[in-house]
Design a protein around this ligand. Sequence first.
Ligand code: ADP
Ligand code: ADP
Ligand code: MG
Length: 670
Amino acid sequence: MFKKILIANRGEIACRVIKSARKMGIATVAVYSDADRDAVHVEMADEAVHIGPAAASESYLVPEKIIAACKETGAEAVHPGYGFLSERASFCEELEKQGIIFIGPKPRAIIAMGDKIESKKFANEAKVSTVPGSPDVIIDVAHAERIAGEIGYPVMIKASAGGGGKGMRIAWNKAEVRDGFERATSEARNSFGDDRIFIEKFIVDPRHIEIQVLADSFGNCIYLGERECSVQRRNQKVVEEAPSPFLDEATRKAMGEQAVALSKAVDYQSAGTVEFIVDKDRNFYFLEMNTRLQVEHPVTELITGIDLVEQMIRIAAGEKLAIKQNEVKLNGWAVESRLYAEDPYRNFLPSIGRLTRYRPPLEGPVGKAVIRNDTGVTEGSEISMFYDPMVAKLCTWAPTRLEAVDAMADALDNFVVDGIEHNIPFLAALMQHPRWREGRLSTAFIAEEFPDGFQPISPTVDDLDVLAAIGLSAELVRKERLDRLGDRLRPHSGRIHAEWEVRIGDDYVPVIIRSSAAKPPVKLELSLRGGDFVTVRSDWRPGEAVWDGYVNERPVKAQLRPVSNGMRIDWKGMSVIAHPMQKHVAALEKLMPVKIPPDTSKLLLCPMPGLLVSVNVSAGQEVKAGETLAIVEAMKMENVLRAERDLTVSVINAKQGDSLAVDAVIMEFD
Ligand code: ADP
Ligand code: ADP
Ligand code: MG
C-alpha cells in the first residue's frame, strides 16, 4: 500500500479523499492556490504545497506543478478528485513517465470514454443500448439538417468533448437545428477547444439513472447499483438519490450488466460511472461514461456500505477487488442535496462572499436516519469567484425513501448559512414537493414545476399560525431578557401583555396568551385566531439561529434572523418576515399609509457582483426587446443582460472593466 498520496484538487472532494486515506493510514499532501491558503483541505492534510495563483488555469490545472509537488514531498500516487485534471489522459501519461501512480483508470480508457462520439462507438460494439442517432461528426448546417431529419424530431445537438452540461441544444424543428448547431459549436469551441458536434434523438421526459462500477487491474468488474439524478437544472444535477424509485430488479440487473460489459470493453479499472437516460417504458440508453469519482458518489456509499475512495486507492495500489457481485447489497435509501452558492430568488445567479455563519447539522445518527455532510468550507471561509460554487453535499440515509426525504427536510431546516446567497430555501421547498415525494421524476421536473423560477412556498393558514407562534414566543424571550438585563431607559413592569398580533406579509394573526414562562425554556399557552389554547415550548435563546421546539406538540425546527422590529423565519421552504406587536400597536399600524417601493423599471441593475465585460449599447440608442445591453462575468460564467422590452438608453453609468457590486446601476432608460 502507498505511504503517501497527493490530492490534486480542492474543496469538499479533496477533504473527502483525505478522510479515506487517513483511515487507511496513508499520509496526505494537499496542493493549494493563493485563494486557498486557509482552506480546509490544506488544514486537514499532513503536508501542503503551494502551486500558484488563484486562477485554476495557473494552479490546479497545471500538470507540471502537480508533478513537482509529488517530487518535493515524495508522494507515490495522485488522486485527482473530479473536475480539474481528473479526465485528462495526457496528465496520467506524464505521471506514468515519472513513476507516479494515477488513482483512476488507465489513459486508454479515459481517451475512449472522454469523447462522446468515440464512447458511443465503444458502447455499440459492447452491445450497450445507445440513444438513437448518427455516429458521424456533423460537418455543416446542411449536414445537421439532414441528419436531424433522418433521426426525427426532437433531436439533441451535442458537443463530443462536452461536459458539465455545456455545448448541448435541443431542437424541435429545422430552424432550431440551424441555430442550435451554431451555438453548440461555438460553445464547444470556447469551453473545450474542440468543436466536433453530433446529433442524437432527444428522449422526451427521461430519467437520468446511472450505474456505479468498480473494476480492478485483474479484469474483475462489479456494479454497485444505481443512482437517480433526474432533479436537474439546465442539465446539471441538484438532488440525487440511491436507489432509483423507478427501477425494478430486472432493469437494474440489465443496466448493471451493460455497464460492466462497457467497462470491460475498455479495460476499465478504478471507480467509474455509466450514465443512462431511461424513458417512461423503462427503455434505457447509454449517455456517457464518467471515468472518475462522481460528485454524487456518497449516496451509493450510504446504501452499500462500500467506501469508493478506499476502493480506488486499493485498486491503484494493485490489490484485487475483495467484493464479489453477489455480495453487493442495497440497504435503505439515501438522498443528496447539492448546496450551491447561488441566489434562488435571482434565477440562481452565482453568489460570492464570506461565510459569516456556517453551521451544518451534526453528522451521524438522528432517530432512524443518518446525516452526512461532505464539505470543504468552515465558518469564515471565503466563497470566491474562481471555483465551482458548490459549498456542501448534504446527505441523509434512512430505511425508506420518505424517511430519508423527511430527514433531509429537517437537516435543511437545521443548516445555517449566512454571508452568501444559497439554494437551501429551494432545496427545502423541493423536499416538500408532492411530485418529488412521490418519486414521479424526469429531467424536466424542475423546469416544469418551477417555470417562473423559484418563489418561496406560500404559507397556508395553518402554517401562518405556526409561524406566528414561533415569532411571538421568540419575541417574548427577547423582551424577557431585555427586562432581566435591566433596561433602565425603558423601565418595565415585567408583566406580559395578553393580547398580541403577529404581522406576516399582509396577514395579522391575533394571539391571546393565557399563561407564560418567557424565560428559556419558554412555555406558552396561547390561542391563535380565537381558536383553542395550544402549548408552545422551546429552548431557543436570543442569538441562536435555529428555533427548535414544539407548537401544539408538533416538533418544529425553523431558522430565525433578526430584522428591524421582527425576524425572518425560514421553515420548510417558506421564508417570511414576522412582526409581533401588541394588539393596540397593530390597530395603529393598520392606519398607516402604505409605502410604495421605488420604481427600478428604468434602470439596468447589476444582478451579481462581477466584472463588466462589455457595454453593448450607447446613450441615446434605441434597443429592441431581447437585445444584449451588457455582459457581466462572475464565477467563470458570462451573464448576458438583455433588454426586457423595447426601450431607449438615456445614460450609461459604468464602463467596460469596472468591478461592479450587486444592484449597481449600469445604465438608465427613458
Ligand atoms: P457529475 O456527473 O459527477 O455531477 P459533472 O459532469 O456535473 O459530473 O461534472 C463534475 C464536475 O466537473 C463539475 O464541477 C463540473 O463543473 C466539472 N466538469 C465536468 N466536465 C468538465 C469539463 N469538460 N470541463 C470543465 N469542467 C468540467
Ligand atoms: P454532460 O457531459 O454535460 O454530463 P450528458 O451527456 O451526461 O452531458 O448529459 C447531461 C444531461 O442532459 C443528462 O443527464 C440529461 O438530462 C440530458 N440529456 C443528454 N442527452 C439527452 C438526450 N439525448 N435526450 C434527452 N436528454 C438528454
Ligand atoms: Mg453526464
